[in-house]
Design a protein around this ligand. Sequence first.
Ligand SMILES: [Zn+2]
Length: 679
Amino acid sequence: MPGTASPLDELLARSHRLGAEKRITNYAGGNTSAKLTIADAVTRAPTRVLAVKGSGGDLGTLTAAGLALLDLGRVLALEAVHARGTHEDELVALYDACRFGSGGAVPSIDTPLHAFVDLDHVDHLHPDAVIAFATATEGDRLVRECYGDAVGWIPWRRPGFELGLQLRDFRRAHPDSRGAVLGGHGLICWGATSDACEATSLELIEAAERFLAARGSAEPFGSRVRGVEPLDTGIRRREAARLAPVVRGLGSTDRPMVAHFTDAPVVLEFLEREHAPRLVALGTSCPDHFLRTKVRPLLFDLLPTVPFAKRVERLRALHAEYRADYADYYARHAGPSSPPMRGCDPAIVLVPGVGMWSFGLDAIEAKVTGEFYVNAINVMRDAESVSTYSPIPEDEKFRIEYWDLEERKLRLKPSPPPLAGRVALVTGAASGIGRAIAERLADEGASVVIADLDGDAAEKVASGLGPERALAVTTDVTSEADVEAAFAAAALRFGGVDLVVNNAGFARSAALVDTTVDDWDRLHAVLARGAFLVSRAAARAMQASAMAGDIVYIVSKNAVVAGPSNIAYAAAKADQAHQVRLLAAELGPHGIRVNGVNPDGVVEGSGIFTSEWREERAAAYGIPPNELGTYYAGRTLLGKEVLPTHVADAVVALTAGGLSRTTGLLVPVDGGVATAFLR
Ligand SMILES: [Zn+2]
């Protein structure tokens, strides 16, 4: 009911509504605040408190814990500290000393923008339509024409204490103002109540959109350029899947990254227009945008009609140029106290006719980076439709990108998990050992392709892991076409793969005289031929990306140990074991390590131990089927049962960096079986 919600609940609800729409603010962009009176926990003295979205976090999902609570009087008192000569960046350290009560989020650098506005409710947002004014050559004139005196124009200044003071002075000079456009950056507005503030935010954004619709020119990006129009959907996707590993490999030169691809109309329409090259070179403007997208993207410049090998060669040359340019940009602007360069790969790669790739340490980050460039495209279109797009100067971008305060924020972030940026494909991943491996790799930060004959079960595993970091593909590993399709799907979704686990398999137990040709052929088709097809596709994909990678075979103790009633299965497993050694020898020069795991006695949760195989083995040992796990454990040196998670542990040990100089190794995960010792 209106009027009964607490001010903090009101603030959170308003933030969620504003953060839910990308046209209002980009993901994790902008912040909201409320000033309220709270009794001090110790003195009971009523205290004016500023509740403002803290550093990091997203408006759409803001929680009470994401709010920074500050004693407003103390924040305002920092002005005197500033007047005595403390630089505004140094004041940030004192925000902590202004916190009210315990807990809450770390106050962000935008805190003074909220503190110094005299009204209780403030929204700072990054709406594309308003950033278009903010980045237009005649932004101040456009703001006046759109809003009259209701909204002011504050020329570009880095967010911080001095911008807060400037807003305070602006409010004093214009007590009737409803907000201000921050040049090069975004929108800030205010209200006496939360509802009034929110209504103003929405009205100002809608007014900008209406203004642009009424006044904007029809073709702000210029006319279409012949030859770079979007390819037909089917051809475009095939082209994207073919290019993706190359693009991801280039974007991963400094460290492995996941690549997100989009061929959304907004991207393709921009790329086919004559002004695209000029605008791409200008780069993004809103600090929130270029902190994610880097100062500018890499734009490809050859037509899709040029032969593929030539295009790849050109892409590599452009990437080398990009890295050199970025290093120059750093060298041009860095001072003695600048943080070290963070790597010079592009965060965005644009290929006219095909689409856009964006990079991140995981699939969500990669996708969000791309969304930021779509925001930038919208900004450029709108700015060009009424004026000329003119982002903040490069030295200012550098100051933000390598700002001490941003650097501190980055250092506070937890270090990424060991498989961050990696993309894994696991065969037979819908159940048993394969599923345990896929889930474990995802836990360690990898994006994972769940390949399985049972597509529905694969979907279930993928959706359990979250659609953002897992992809299900129906794959019969004995089918060359299926395997190619699985790798193409992985390329389109994550940019390729660099960690492949050959796990798909099944088992049959029969004496030689009872083994059918069909059993022999099927076991060899799945285990030997299937692993060969998957490894071949993996090696091709990894070589196209020029990225180092891992291939892991889930083999078996039976590849080593000879026993009765196992001819077809164990011979096919021995084939896999030798594939490990052969491919380790062949693929080492490409930086591809090939290793294997020899599990044994995995009964619980194992897909192989279908009731049939379990009964066959139990009968062979003369025990009841439900005692098979304990029976196997009893035969081991450690006396412990082996579970699918133990096999997954071995895969992580082999691939997550701990054994980076090891290839051609088979790791027993069998509880200790002396006859299976390798020599
Ligand atoms: Zn901002």
